[in-house]
Design a protein around this ligand. Structure first.
Ligand SMILES: *Cc1c(COP(=O)(O)O)cnc(C)c1O
Length: 386
């Protein structure tokens, strides 16, 4: 399941020859690490004492009243160290880097959340850390640039293309090709060439495993529906994986952007193609050029999506929809005012879908993965309210 090289026709590894040995080594080291009790103990120890896991499963009583139907429960990944689920993957891959004996980490970042998570882990594990970030994003997300600096990481401005996430990934891949013997590329979502999608799913599956355990403890059975937002797809695949062989319905929510646009909804509006080393759904124009995307949430603003989601869509095991910017903003305010929680704008897309689903599901239970907290988004939310 988590170790497939391909997901039906999706996935694969479309990379230059020079990267093949590094991908093979990573695959080998990850597979041995998974089976090594010492590695698992260390991962569990740091997840707990550094990361703050397990995160709670919270009954959103007031949001449930608003939905007037199914009970809505929140998986509180906003309480993980750094304020988002990104830490789970950064920690896991950081430990793999140490195991491979590589002294240097590189990463790409869009909104800066993955860069911050990588910088925290790099500091704690004593790894030299450099983060590629588009110049446009560095302007938009200055507080995260400051955080990365304070955590001892170097931030490298990317000045090519549209100077945003896609260009930052290209720059990181180029650096990796040049420095592959000393460097691990810590990809931040369930995307990229094999084995990255499988590794990221593995380290994020702690979310779904805890949902299983906590649902049984809180209400005596699994939820009827699990919902998560989908950018590259890592918090969603981590939520879904441990539930794949159950009867729980799975719903992924993409960024629909402003009304009338395709936003960044690769699975909803795209078609399969190759981007960043793997074959998956992709927003592209008629000539196969990767489309420009737009979304109120920087973390969902990516034209591609992890290959396993393409397969889950095609097999019908998971369903995917798009939610527009203004609906995500509405859900942000609902959660703030109803529950006293400021959510990130990314999971606000999933929250909107949850309230809508709840209305037609009396007597059911819905778990929504609240992938991050909203402090980083206050500027956007306040501007939108003006
Ligand atoms: C980065 C981010 C996302 C989107 O990434 P996925 O890989 O799709 O999970 C979602 N929520 C938050 C809070 C993020 O920081």
């Amino acid at each position: 399941m988590g170790t497939a090289r391909r997901y039906g026709p999706y996935g694969g590894s479309f990379v230059p020859e020079t990267l093949v040995p590094a991908l093979d080594e990573l695959d080998r080291v990850w597979r041995t690490a998974r089976g090594d009790p010492a590695f698992r103990r260390e991962l569990a120890r740091l997840s707990r004492s550094f990361g703050g896991r397990p995160t709670p499963l919270y009954f959103a009583r007031n949001l449930t009243r608003r939905g007037r139907g199914a009970e809505i429960w929140l998986k509180r990944e906003d309480l993980v160290h750094g304020g988002a689920h990104k830490f789970n993957n950064a920690l896991g891959q950081g430990l793999l880097t140490v195991r491979m004996g590589k002294p240097r980490l590189i990463a790409e970042t869009g909104a800066g959340q993955h860069g911050v998570a990588t910088a925290m882990v790099g500091a704690a594990l004593g790894l030299e850390t450099e983060v590629f970030m588009g110049e446009v994003d560095m302007d938009r997300q200055k507080p995260n640039v400051d955080r990365m600096h304070l955590l001892g990481a170097k931030v490298i401005p990317v000045t090519t293309g549209r100077r945003t996430l896609k260009d930052a990934i290209n720059a990181a891949l180029r650096d990796w090709i040049a420095n592959v013997r000393t460097t691990h590329y810590l990809i931040g979502s369930a995307v990229g060439p094999y084995p990255f999608p499988a590794i990221v799913a593995d380290f994020q599956s702690v979310i779904g495993r805890e949902i299983r355990r906590q649902s049984l403890a809180e209400f005596g059975r699994l939820p009827d529906l699990a919902i998560a937002c989908v950018g590259g797809g890592s918090n969603a695949i981590g939520t879904f994986h441990p539930l794949l062989r159950t009867r729980v319905e799975l719903l992924g929510v993409e960024a629909g952007g402003p009304r009338g646009s395709r936003g960044a909804a690769s699975l909803t509006y795209g078609r399969p193609g190759v981007l960043h080393g793997s074959f998956s759904y992709l927003l592209q124009n008629d000539d196969g050029q990767v489309s420009d995307t737009e979304s109120v949430s920087a973390g969902l603003d990516y034209a591609g999506v992890g290959p396993e989601h393409s397969w889950l869509k095609e097999t019908g095991r998971a369903r995917y929809i798009a939610v527009h910017d203004e609906d995500a903003l509405r859900a942000f305010h609902w959660l703030a005012e109803d529950e006293g929680i400021l959510p990130a704008l990314e999971p606000s897309h999933a929250l909107f879908a949850a309230v809508r689903e709840a209305r037609r599901r009396p007597n059911q239970r819905i778990v929504v993965t609240l992938s991050g907290r909203g402090d980083k988004d206050l500027g956007v939310v306040l501007d939108a309210a003006r």
